[in-house]
Design a protein around this ligand. Structure first.
Ligand code: C5P
Length: 282
C-alpha cells in the first residue's frame, strides 16, 4: 500500500548558541515550533530506490544521493539488513536554504513512513540515532509536537508553546549557507538560558521574548537580510526574527486579518524581492 505523508516546516522561536564543540558543531538551546506548511511525500513499494521531485519549490533541490531522503532510505535499509526498495515522490513547497528545516523534515518523514511500509521494528531511540547521523535537525522532526532541542540538536524534548496562531514567514530570493553562518557566530560561552514564559501570551508579547544568536552572523554575511529585517520592523511596529541560520524571517499574529494586512503592507515596504507565506502553527 502506498503511504502519503506531510513533511512540515519549523521555526526556531529561540536559538541560543552556547559553545563550540571539539567535533566542530555547536551546543544549542532552541525552542521549535512546527508549522502547518508542508512538503508532501508519497512512498510506494518498488523494485529499486528512486526519487521524483515535483512542486513549486523543487528547482535546485538535488535528486541524487545528496538528497537527504535518499540517504535516509539507504540508512534505514542498511540498519534493517534489507534492500532500499521504494519509489519516493517529493512535492516541494518549502523553500530551500531558508532555515525552515525542509530537507531535515523530509528525511525524518521518510524514516517514519518507511518504518511503516517496511514493518520495521526499530525503536524510537534507534530511529533518532539514524536521524542524528543524517543531520542535526532531523531528530526534532521525528516527533509531531513542538520541541526543545539541545546538544548538537540531537537531544529533543517535547515542548508545548505558550502561544499558537499564525506566522508570516518572509523568504528572500537568496539563501544562506548554514556552515558559513555558524562559522561567523560568536558563541555565548554560557550555560543554558532560562525559558522566560509562564502562561498563555499574545503574539506581540511572545515575539518580545524570542531571540536568535545567529542573526548578527547572518547579517554580517548578507547585509541585505538586515536591511529587510529593518524595513519589516517598521511595518506596524512588529518585531521580526530570523529562523535557524536563515535566510527566512518571521513575525507572529493572533488573527488572520492582521496577518493578511501586515503581509500587504510589508510587501510594499521592503526594497528587496521577497515572498511572504502565512502559515498556522501546528
Ligand atoms: O548537521 P547539519 O548537517 O545540518 O549541519 C550543517 C552545519 O551547520 C554543520 O556542518 C556545522 O557547520 C553547523 N552546525 C553547527 N552546530 C550545530 C548544527 C549545525 O555548527 N548544532
Amino acid at each position: 500500500m502506498p503511504i502519503q505523508l506531510r513533511s512540515p516546516a519549523k521555526l526556531n522561536l529561540t536559538l541560543a548558541v552556547l559553545n563550540r564543540r571539539p567535533d566542530g558543531f555547536h551546543n544549542l538551546h532552541s525552542h521549535i515550533l512546527k508549522l502547518d506548511w508542508c512538503d508532501e511525500i508519497l512512498l510506494e513499494p518498488a523494485d529499486r530506490l528512486g526519487l521524483r521531485l515535483e512542486g513549486p519549490a523543487c528547482a535546485g533541490v538535488p535528486v541524487g544521493p545528496e538528497n537527504l531522503v535518499i540517504r535516509a532510505a539507504e540508512r534505514l535499509a542498511a540498519a534493517l539488513g534489507r534492500p532500499p526498495e521504494v519509489a519516493i515522490t517529493l512535492a516541494k513547497h518549502l523553500p530551500h536554504g531558508a532555515g525552515l528545516g525542509g530537507g531535515s523534515s523530509n528525511a525524518a518523514t521518510v524514516l517514519l513512513g518507511l518504518q511503516a511500509l517496511w514493518r520495521s521494528g526499530l525503536s524510537d531511540a534507534q530511529l533518532a540515532e539514524i536521524g542524528a547521523d543524517l543531520g542535526s535537525d532531523v531528530p526534532l522532526f521525528l516527533r509531531p509536537s513542538g520541541a526543545l532541542i539541545e546538544g548538537r540538536g540531537d537531544r529533543v524534548t517535547d515542548w508545548a508553546s505558550p502561544w499558537s496562531g499564525l506566522a508570516c514567514v518572509i523568504v528572500p530570493r537568496f539563501g544562506l549557507s548554514t556552515p558559513a553562518v555558524y562559522g561567523a557566530c560568536k558563541p555565548r560561552d554560557a550555560s543554558r538560558p532560562e525559558s522566560p514564559w509562564c502562561g498563555r501570551m499574545t503574539a506581540r508579547q511572545f515575539m518580545q521574548t524570542l531571540y536568535n544568536d545567529l542573526e548578527s552572523a547572518a547579517f554580517e554575511i548578507e547585509p541585505r537580510l538586515q536591511e529587510i529585517q529593518q524595513a519589516l520592523s517598521g511595518v506596524d511596529d512588529r518585531i521580526v526574527r530570523m529562523t535557524g541560520s536563515g535566510s527566512a524571517l518571521f513575525t507572529l499574529f493572533d488573527r488572520q486579518d492582521e496577518a493578511e494586512q501586515w503581509r500587504i503592507s510589508a510587501l510594499s515596504a521592503v526594497g528587496e524581492p521577497v515572498t511572504i507565506h502565512i502559515a498556522q502553527s501546528a
